[in-house]
Design a protein around this ligand. Structure first.
Ligand code: NAD
Length: 245
């Protein structure tokens, strides 16, 4: 199948986890793909790798310009995926930590989108997919700051969809549950008994297992592809039934 033949895509946070699986899947399906990441050293061909910090507007603009040039000009798909986690209740994180996480998870998407919009407007199949989270709407304990940033990503997705629908740019998001990425691996490794912690985490999932990065990539690829051409302003859950069951 080659849903993305002739299309050009940019994936932020594409060096690890969900972003990496997405970049690889889009490339497998025929897209030319550029990855923007804080540390793109592990990214292999055919993916094009560019270093960028989504908290730095100049760095994002420079990397987007270089990526679009590397893709031979033009851009059809933007996957706003770079993000970081945060634990705790409203009492646990000081203001500067709220600003730091919001800067990556929300403003990072704003900056990257702003830099990409002129290119996306020129595409006949323009799509933006934001990596949101089940945390946006689930009311998870110990995740006040993280959930607030993902709630903002959800609202931002709807607002962007409305703003750009007449320009032919679709905007959707995916809401993953607990995904087996290096990020979750790091959290488990920090527990006193990582294997027991993993087993407990799996037992809490309706499916009895974590979501795989490839499963989230599949949902992102669908929302990015012309197959979902009439879909904009939606959030697609990829959570193994976490919210629905
Ligand atoms: P990950 O840590 O494996 O990968 C994140 C990537 O983003 C890394 O390559 C990292 O270098 C990059 N990154 C971080 N800060 C950056 C910055 N300032 N500029 C550029 N790149 C930056 O994480 P993941 O689990 O694949 O998470 C990816 C996205 O999925 C995040 O937005 C996260 O909130 C979301 N998500 C993850 C889960 C999960 O359970 N893993 C669940 C729901 C949503």
């Amino acid at each position: 199948m080659s849903d993305f033949e002739g299309l050009k895509a940019l994936v932020t946070g594409g060096a690890s986890g969900i972003g990496r699986a997405t970049a690889e899947l889009l490339a497998e399906r025929g897209a030319q793909v550029a990855v923007l990441d804080l540390d793109p050293s592990s990214v292999d061909k055919p993916l094009l790798a560019h270093r960028a910090d989504v908290t730095d507007d100049a760095s994002v603009r420079q990397a987007v310009t270089a990526a679009v040039a590397g893709l031979g000009g033009g851009l059809d798909v933007l996957v706003n995926n770079a993000g970081i986690g945060a634990r705790g209740t409203v009492e646990d994180n000081p203001d500067d930590e709220w600003h730091r996480v919001y800067d990556v998870n929300v403003l990072g998407m704003v900056r990257t989108t702003r830099a990409c919009l002129p290119h996306l407007r020129a595409s006949r199949h323009a799509a933006i997919v934001n990596t949101c989270s089940v945390a946006a709407t689930a009311g998870l304990p110990q995740r006040a700051l993280y959930s607030a940033t993902k709630g903002a990503v959800h609202s931002l997705t709807l607002a962007m969809a409305a703003d750009h629908v007449r320009e032919g740019i679709r905007v959707n998001c995916v809401n993953p549950g607990t995904v087996d990425t290096p990020w979750v691996g790091r959290l488990l490794d920090a527990a006193p008994d990582p294997a027991a912690e993993r087993a407990a985490l799996e037992a809490r999932q309706p499916t009895g297992r974590l979501v795989s990065p490839a499963e989230v990539a599949g949902a992102i690829a669908y929302l990015a592809s012309p197959l979902s051409g009439a879909t904009t302003g939606t959030a697609l859950a990829v959570d193994g039934g976490m919210q629905g069951l």
